[in-house]
Design a protein around this ligand. Structure first.
Ligand code: GDD
Ligand code: MN
Length: 385
């Protein structure tokens, strides 16, 4: 048997291609729970214990999507996954963002139902089986854990955050028609077809993934809200700082006009506008000490630097440059802007020589400059690693 030579055709890759016996899994997963995390190491074990208790009788899995947390959240998840195949970890490097984390976690699932829950125990996991029962029994697309439906609550949020959240909820009406009491919720479940209908249109900006889904679905969702009370954080701290307001505005802008102009460009151009004020303020102050050329050069540098810093924390928040990359990014931004200025002056002078008015010529130059700066810096300064 062993000594019989194989026919030529059976050697190499062809011999390898003998079909494997299919081993259908005994259980198929009905629900994937996606948990976005950034520095939640101390909450991992507790959440898994709670999910296990809450989801008895349901075939579930959990996908942690961790943005390379310095506290080692991903290592913790993988260590626990060693003895539980229902636990998975998707670690992203060089990226940040709650919405994109949730989207990618869902894309990594094959289950017919998808849920999101925060990794810090502030959402009530006991709602999950009720969400699943409701979505199936009532044939819904989506069930939302709601702090504003009767019986829900904001927990211990301070007055200011409640107020900001309420204004944000009102602004949400600009981009969604659905009558959602809590469009800001980060806790919900949806069916796979409902996710797939929206996924290619999602903005992915910021952290309001629920709102993004509602604003992106071509067919309105059939949904229901189930009340819950927002819990208290035990370990770690909230990642949502004041910049979330900006990110939220970017999501709204993207959903309103993103089809025509990228939201990032609008942000970049607005910051460019702020640079004009920085420039003139610096020039005004600089002239008290320096000769005009020196003051003008100083103003140019200060404005470029402030534009860079603002774009780095606002426009490119998800690709923020830090440490040494901040410095090399700044240098490349100077280079990009210098060429942009040459293009600006060249175009404006050509237009002016062509008998356009001074302001139309100036505007044309500035427009070319900002488009150049935006396009080139998006590639060279804030490139994807
Ligand atoms: N992967 C990843 N990347 N996860 C993140 C990031 C990120 O950049 N930022 C935050 N997270 C994770 C946190 O680790 C946590 O598990 C979850 O997302 C929520 O972040 P928190 O920082 O705890 O937010 P919060 O408690 O202030 O607000 C939450 O609740 C609100 C009310 O439901 C969020 O879910 C909000 O979206 C929601 O509006
Ligand atoms: Mn939280």
């Amino acid at each position: 048997m062993q000594s019989r030579p194989l026919p030529d055709a059976a050697i190499g890759p062809v011999a390898e291609a003998v079909p494997l016996e299919r081993r259908p899994s005994k259980r198929s997963i009905e629900l994937t729970v996606v948990v976005p995390t950034f520095n939640e190491r101390d909450n991992v074990e507790a959440l898994l214990t709670r999910l296990d208790a809450a989801l008895r009788g349901i075939e579930w899995e959990v996908v942690y999507v961790d943005d390379d947390s310095p506290d080692g959240t991903a290592d913790m998840v993988r260590a626990l996954a060693q003895d539980d195949p229902r636990i998975r970890c998707l670690q992203r490097i060089g990226r940040r963002g709650l919405s994109t984390a949730v989207i990618e976690g869902m894309l990594a699932s094959s289950a017919p139902y998808l849920a999101v829950i925060d990794g810090d125990l502030q959402h009530d996991e006991q709602l999950l089986p009720r969400m699943l029962a409701a979505i199936k029994a009532e044939d819904l697309d989506m069930v939302v854990g709601s702090r504003h439906a009767a019986g829900g609550g904001m927990g211990d949020w301070d007055r200011r955050r409640v107020a900001v959240s309420n204004v944000a909820a009102r602004l949400a009406r600009l981009i969604i028609a659905a009558d959602l009491a809590d469009p800001m919720s980060g806790f919900f479940m949806l069916s796979r077809p409902a996710f797939e209908r929206a996924v290619r249109r999602l903005s992915g900006q910021g952290f309001k993934i629920l709102l993004d889904l509602f604003a992106s679905t071509p067919i309105p969702y059939r949904f229901k809200e189930i009340p819950y009370v927002f819990g208290q954080r035990q370990h770690g701290e909230s990642k949502l700082d004041s910049f979330v307001v900006w990110e939220y505005l970017m999501l709204l802008v993207d959903k309103l006009v993103g089809r025509y102009v990228p939201a990032r460009f609008i942000s970049f151009a607005a910051i460019g506008g702020s640079g004009v004020f920085v420039h003139f303020a610096t020039l005004y102050l600089g002239l008290k000490l320096l000769a005009f050329p020196a003051a003008q050069a100083l103003a140019t540098f200060v404005a470029m630097t402030s534009n860079f810093a603002l774009n780095n924390i606002l426009t490119y928040r998800d690709r923020r440059l830090t440490g040494r990359r901040f410095v090399t990014g700044l240098l490349s931004f100077y280079a990009v802007c210098s060429l942009g200025a040459v293009a600006n002056v060249g175009i404006a002078s050509a237009a002016f020589a062509d008998h356009y008015t001074w302001w139309a010529s100036g505007l044309a130059g500035a427009a070319v400059g900002v488009v150049w700066n935006y396009a080139v810096s998006s590639v060279f300064t804030w490139q994807h690693k």
